[in-house]
Design a protein. Sequence first.
Length: 214
Amino acid sequence: MSEILNYKIQKGDKYPNKSGAIFLIHGYGSNSEDLFSFKTYLPKNLTIISLEAPIEIGKESFAWYSINYNQNFEKWSNNIEAIKSIKKIYETINFLINKYNLNNHDVTLIGFSQGAILSWAIGFNYPKFIRRIIALSGYINEELITKNDITFKAFSSHGTVDPIIPVDWSRNTIKKHIKKDCEDLIYNEYNVGHTLCENNLIDFLNWINKTSFN
């Protein structure tokens, strides 16, 4: 296996007994410290692991793949780099599941922006590997998806005035896969930009508790 990604970890309160895990996948230009702040709010029985993207674009600033902000929707992302990052995330999660004796039937991804896009792709491309996805301020890039079976639960959200990733990109891709009144696949919108508001945080934390095994 190739070298695994850098990461930060908060072990579940019953470690070393087998526990479920939440893997955090940050956005473009951020690092593993960013979403790791969620650990304060997430269930203490779960192991929290924040992954760091492999492409360094500045001091303490990383990306999963390059973005061309001057291009349109179809040419916005470097999909070759994105596919490499998807594989690296998958390999790293498998390595850490074994290293820390985690429950491979209870794996959750929380991704923001670029991390949300990759979370969707991992969920689709590796059926039954991921149990839950929380995809924040992202969309489904169908060029990264090789399978179309949904074997996971998902909570997704987007800001209605997002200046970075337009809300229509979420609406037009995510809603294609979400049936009306399906509790396992949630899509919410909030009156914010490219960020997470308090109501969004409360809603996805409640959803995590609602869909937890314990």
